[in-house]
Design a protein around this ligand. Sequence first.
Ligand SMILES: Cc1cc2nc3c(=O)[nH]c(=O)nc-3n(C[C@H](O)[C@H](O)[C@H](O)COP(=O)(O)OP(=O)(O)OC[C@H]3O[C@@H](n4cnc5c(N)ncnc54)[C@H](O)[C@@H]3O)c2cc1C
Length: 464
Amino acid sequence: MRPESHVLAGWGEAQRAVCRSWPATSTDDVVALLRRFHEEQRPIALRGAGRSYGDAATLDGGDVLDLRRLRAVRAFDRESGHITVEAGVTIEDLWRTTLPAGWWPPVVPGTMHPTLGGCIAMNVHGKNHFAVGCIGEHVEELEVVLPGGEIRTLTPADELFRAVVGGFGMLGVVTAIRLRLKRVESGLLDVTALATASLADMHRELEARVPDSDYAVGWIDAFHGSARGVLHTASYRSGDDAAAARASLALDGQDLPARIMKVMPRDKVAPLLRRATRFPGLRGINTAKYLATRIRGEHRFTQSLVAFSFLLDYVPRWKSIYDPHGLVQQQSFVPKERALEVQQRILATCREHRIIPWLAVLKRHRPDDFLMSHSVDGFSLALDFPVTDDKRGRLWWLCQELDRIAIEAGGNIYLAKDLTAEPKTLAAAYPGLERFREWKRELDPHGILVTDQAKRLAVSVSRS
Ligand SMILES: Cc1cc2nc3c(=O)[nH]c(=O)nc-3n(C[C@H](O)[C@H](O)[C@H](O)COP(=O)(O)OP(=O)(O)OC[C@H]3O[C@@H](n4cnc5c(N)ncnc54)[C@H](O)[C@@H]3O)c2cc1C
């Protein structure tokens, strides 16, 4: 294995790092490299597809283990829906392998490009979190290379399994995953769209509709004082005749359409949005989006699993609207009893400081017992902020303030999105942190697995 120097960043591209990248192609490569780094007591960060927003998969001035080339499907049982894949297999690789046989990943994030290893390390959730939990709840077995180079097989019965899942690459390298898939009759979803006049309205509708929905997600117009929005709920389609159902599972039926709303070529959307950001144009686009749904009233349509699940992958280079300084996403989770009041306060704080998120998304979640769990029985609000030269410091301060507001209300932050949190935030948000640190000390006494995020958050500090 030969390292190459690269400038790497998180998905938000708000912070860059010069790293020496080691491309592993097998579990044996991973074992050999970790043994060497362990002996030399040299730090190294783990990296999948680099789809975490912040600094979770970089190590500035240091080494990075690139896991994207561990790409084999080791076994797929089409009858039982169990699949064993290497850690560099992406969510896209997964659904392309399994959907024609009537199986869909039980949990997918909002983009299909992350690796399974990266998804396990952050224990990702989807728009069905309220119903099925995080991805870790669907994992039956993990192959993990510990920091000293020992290979372990972990199952949900092992305490260490509950620390590695969601353990943001601090306790070992996940090299293979055995996953239980979701049986689907059709490749389509029945989707309902509804305009909501305020955040309170959206909370009410979301709460009323989740018991009968498989998926739910709310878009919020953060430019508008009432936080009006559009709620989408969706259910797996069933009852179609066999030929139609089979056709909908075919891969060519899932590929993302070339035109948005059958009119605009996908590659024209980002340049248009980019122009809109230079004027108060985004405000206008949000108003148009809200009014279009409001005027049409509640309505239903069918959409492919891929189009519904990976909305952001629809628009090539959508993120270029945040050029040249990138974006920061702040996502906080708040227990349901306080979520409305706290999220209203979060949005009011943004307005008060005149830093308005260009995108705001609401989801419903459920708790779990992973050691470093970000989940709560409540709601999350994900806010995408553009980074600008003149407001960078104020934006960091604002995100820390929003973290604080959520955590004071018994809530949490999510490390997959974070670039700005402080060490005290991690300690307050994650009650399992002390036990996690004990695992870290036991398995990785020299602290070789480290990232810029782990350094910033002082993950490895000893108990005082
Ligand atoms: C557009 C967009 C939408 C998103 N939507 C969602 C969403 O809806 N829900 C959600 O939960 N997340 C979401 N995410 C976040 C994303 O799913 C997670 O950050 C995921 O962890 C990215 O996987 P990756 O392969 O890119 O990992 P990376 O970002 O490269 O790494 C993530 C972490 O995993 C560690 N790691 C990577 N590979 C391994 C391995 N093999 N073994 C051990 N540790 C490893 C790294 O050290 C790092 O700490 C979204 C991201 C984007 C860009």
